[in-house]
Each structure stands twice: as structure tokens, then as C-alpha cells.
Design a protein around this ligand. Structure first.
Ligand code: ACO
Length: 324
């Protein structure tokens, strides 16, 4: 049998680390009131990184991809598929994956973006896994890269305190050993409106709002329910149970959603990888960023069973269960 396996991970955060207090001070200058206490208590976020004005998604993706290639012991020429998950692409087109391919100094391999908001990385990983298992690709670079700071409404304190910028990457390679054990993706478009950036570019203008809008409580309710269900479903497919999970790496949106999911899976909270405190919600970048932090800190080890979970706008969600 042919499987896909993670050969290496990498990540990158832009230099500007903004604490809650620093953000509160910036917002206060515009008459918007918030506090470190409120943000920490409701979300678990203490700081986030914001890209510089001249840094686009592909600029964050590039160093993350280089780190993942180095960890895998590969050079970019050996990659035959590049998938970038992003909802904040550099341009309308070409895709951020094509721009990343150019930065990597290679050409010829397939490259495209996947847009599933905060579930984007799990979607992209699932597509890459399918293409590798079918023989359509041998070595894939799968990246989540976002600059959500570009679409935040800094006059809306209920959303602008939640998000940050960053990128995470994995190199996935064909293997006779698993690897990715099971994946599952979902979308429920009845919830399009609870989390969206509804504007678009048309006729030389931005039509509609180019800023993120969210009904936080509605998102919270949908997220907690679907994350437990999809985790159990991929465990079933792999013939495993809750107790087999060594590490849970959910989308890093909110500590309460993450801990709620871990409790439902009867997991010890120290098996939950948490980076939301330092990264905020980096949308499609959050899962590969957290995976890379967990690998480089020595927590996730070769042979460990890891559950990745994404959930976000669409509404979309999904899970990937793997042996690291
Ligand atoms: N600072 C201070 N006060 C605030 C802030 C802020 N930044 N934001 C809102 N408030 C106030 C509100 O105005 C409200 O005041 P009021 O009671 O006087 O009206 C009060 O705090 C409570 O607001 P709620 O919206 O009820 O707060 P809640 O406890 O629901 O927390 C939150 C809001 C954190 C957004 C929560 O709903 C949540 O976590 N939702 C999940 C959404 C999420 O994580 N989204 C991430 C993107 S989606 C994804 O990635 C899946």
C-alpha cells in the first residue's frame, strides 16, 4: 500500500509581536476600549504577530516552506506539488502557491491554493494526501499562510483582538508506512453569514465590505459540536479510540473551544497543543504553526498519533489523524 507521511515541518512569524496591552493602547487612540484581562479571559490570547506593510502571505509562506524542506532533508527541486491554504492571498491571481513556487526558485510542479478559511490547512493536507496515495504526486509542500491583519476591522473590538499573521508548512512524501491514517472534510453553507469577509473586487473597485465580520457566539456553538463529531469519525475510520491520541492539535481560535473539544475526547489537557496564547488565531496557518512548535519543542515525536482539526468560515471543518 501507498501512504503519505510528514517528512518535515516549518513555520514563520512576522517580527512585530503585539501584546494585548499594546493592541489595547493602539485601539484606545481611536476611542475603542478593550483590555488584556478581557482578551485573556475570553480567548486565552496574550499576543499575536502582525506582518509589516510590505509582507504578503507568500512572504510568510516562503521561510516556513524553507524550514520544512530543511527539516525533511529535501531541496525545492524535489517537490512535485505545492498547495497553499489561504484566505488572504497576495493577489486575486495568480495563486499564492504560484508566487511561493517563484520565491523557491523552481518551476514546473503543480501549484494551487485551497480556500477553506480556518479549515484550509486540513483541507489542503487531505488533498495532498489523496494525490500522493493515488500516485499523482510524490512529494508535496503543504502550507497555511495568512495575513488576517489586512482584513481586520480595527473599529470592531469583538473581532480585531482575535487574529494574527503567520505561516506553517509541512512536506508530505509517499511512504510504504502510514503516515496519514484517516481524513474527513465537511462544509455547511447554511452558516455562510456567521463568519465572512463579503467584499470582492469588480469593475476596478471593491464591492461590499473587505473586512471580516463574525457572530462570535454562533461560531462558538457550531465549532464545539462539529469538532467532537469529526474527531470521532476519523478515529473510527482508522480503527482507533480517544485513548490512542497522543496529541490534539486543533485550530487555534479560542482556548475555551480547544479545551472543550479535548474534554469531550476525554483527553488530558497536557496533550492539547496550545499556541493561541502567543499567535492569536492565524486561520489556515494555525494548525501547521502549532504542529511545528510541538515538533521543535520535542513534544510530538516520531511514531506519535496526532489529531489535527480545523474549523472556520463556510462553515467548514475537518480532521486528519496521523502517525507522525
Ligand atoms: N474588549 C472588551 N470588551 C469586549 C470586547 C473586547 N475586545 N469584545 C466584546 N466585548 C464586550 C461586548 O461588547 C459585550 O459587552 P456587553 O455585555 O456590554 O454587551 C461583552 O464583552 C460580552 O460579549 P460577547 O460577545 O457576549 O462575549 P463572548 O463571551 O461571547 O466572547 C468571543 C466573545 C471571544 C468572540 C466568543 O464568542 C468566541 O470565542 N467565539 C468563538 C469565535 C471564534 O473563536 N472565532 C474565531 C474565528 S472563527 C474560527 O476560527 C473558527
Amino acid at each position: 500500500p501507498r501512504y503519505s507521511r510528514i517528512l518535515g515541518t516549518g513555520s514563520f512569524l512576522p517580527a512585530d509581536r503585539v501584546t494585548n496591552q499594546a493592541l489595547a493602547d493602539r485601539l484606545a487612540a481611536d476611542g475603542i476600549e478593550t483590555s488584556d484581562d478581557w482578551i485573556v479571559e475570553r480567548t486565552g490570547i496574550r499576543a499575536r504577530h502582525f506582518a509589516a506593510p510590505d509582507q504578503a502571505a507568500s512572504d510568510l509562506a516562503f521561510p516556513a516552506a524553507q524550514a520544512a524542506l530543511e527539516a525533511a532533508g529535501l531541496v525545492a527541486e524535489e517537490i512535485d506539488l505545492i498547495i497553499v491554504a489561504t484566505s488572504t492571498p497576495d493577489m486575486v491571481f495568480p495563486s499564492t502557491a504560484c508566487l511561493l513556487q517563484r520565491k523557491l526558485g523552481v518551476h514546473g510542479c503543480a501549484a494551487f491554493d485551497v480556500q477553506a478559511v480556518c479549515s484550509g490547512f486540513v483541507y489542503a493536507l487531505t488533498v495532498a494526501d489523496s494525490m500522493i496515495r493515488s500516485g499523482a504526486a510524490n512529494k508535496a509542500l503543504v502550507v497555511g499562510a495568512e495575513v488576517f491583519s489586512r482584513i481586520l476591522d480595527f473599529k470592531d473590538r469583538t473581532t480585531c483582538v482575535l487574529f494574527g499573521d503567520g505561516a506553517g508548512a509541512v512536506v508530505l512524501g509517499a511512504s510504504s508506512e502510514p503516515g496519514i491514517l484517516a481524513t474527513e472534510l465537511h462544509a455547511d453553507s447554511r452558516h455562510v453569514d456567521i463568519l465572512c469577509t463579503p467584499g470582492t473586487v469588480s469593475g476596478g473597485q471593491v464591492l461590499g465590505s473587505p473586512l471580516l465580520k463574525m457572530d462570535g457566539q454562533a461560531v462558538f456553538k457550531v465549532a464545539v459540536g462539529v469538532l467532537e463529531k469529526v474527531a470521532r469519525s476519523v478515529l473510527d475510520k482508522a480503527g482507533l479510540t480517544d485513548a490512542d491520541i497522543d496529541w490534539l492539535i486543533p485550530h487555534q481560535a479560542n482556548i475555551r473551544i480547544m479545551q472543550g473539544t479535548a474534554k469531550k475526547l476525554k483527553m488530558d489537557l497536557n496533550k492539547l497543543i496550545v499556541t493561541v496564547d502567543e499567535h492569536g488565531n492565524t486561520s489556515a496557518a494555525s494548525v501547521p504553526l502549532a504542529l511545528d512548535v510541538a515538533v521543535r519543542s520535542g513534544r510530538v515525536q516520531r511514531g506519535d498519533t496526532v489529531m489535527l482539526e480545523g474549523v472556520g468560515g463556510g462553515f467548514t471543518w475537518g480532521a486528519a489523524l496521523l502517525k507522525y
